[in-house]
Design a protein. Sequence first.
Length: 362
Amino acid sequence: MRYPDFLTQNGTIGFVAPSFGCATEPYKSAFDNAQRKWKEAGYKLLPGPNCYVQEGIGISNTPEKCGAELTEYYCSTQNDVLISCGGGELMCEILDYVDFEKIGQANPKWYMGYSDNTNMTFLLTTLCDTASIYGPCAAAFGMEPWHKSLRDAMDLLTGRSLRFEGYDMWEKESLKDEEHPLMPYNVTEPSVIKYILPDGKTNIESLRATNRYDAQENGALSINLSGRLLGGCMDCLVNLLGTKYDKVCDFTERYKADGILWFLESCDLNVMSIRRAMWQMEHAGWFQHCNGFLIGRPLCYGQEMMGLDQYQAVYEMIRKYNVPVLMDIDIGHLSPMMPLVNGSMAHVFSDGTNYSVEMSLR
């Protein structure tokens, strides 16, 4: 696994828009304010040509121009790390215009983004054996004040910390809009970690109701998961599955001695779609050599369809692997999100109430 150098105090942050850019509010004002804050912190900035463009469909520009920008800025020596402007809808269409062979031969650099950016963070790791960061996009750093998760993301980019703890509260309804572009996360919901253990212990009511699982009644838990982190947004992952960009089984076989620790979250998928996605990935052999699963809160949080909830949608498809599963953790579309290094070795500990992730670059 190739690991990039960390961002130094006077380093240059590059910005690309392989998905949506920051041409409209509230993203434009937020991105502008984020740049102001980074400049005040002493960093140099290098925005790409598509950052303020809105000429594409589901992405900032044409697939050709987005792919060219991403390749050029990743391989450039003029910036030290790359942060994506934002997520979007059709980043998959730029992949035919991204030169992954050239990227794989260039000096590695940190690329950070989430959601649609799974198309880059996941493929950097599985195609190029290069670590990436599944974390907040550039416009999020414009909020006033920063949430701890943004400080964590910068601590990761700069190498100040590789260990993070779950956050106390999460945002169910955002207050950020065109008239209030710098609003911080509206964290109103207490974080409650859900777990399913190999011995059948769980704190998920809908699973316990099936009589297959037992409640954890006594004392503190000690839940440990270790392995090589791999994952992203399921909406994008199943779209890549079966294409020429799908080299996941080769990757998991290559790192089988470490075991794979999957982290997964979802955006537009309802609970039935999540179940189908899990079925698809499982039947494609992606979950071979898995040591455990970290599942983020889905955007459809709390949804139930035909008796199926978000927990059953995931777990019934992976129950046979008999590994620990932590759910409703801070990954993805219901902020805040903990930054995770795709490709790193990680140890996750939970006492059933909170959790921590400690990553090592080996």
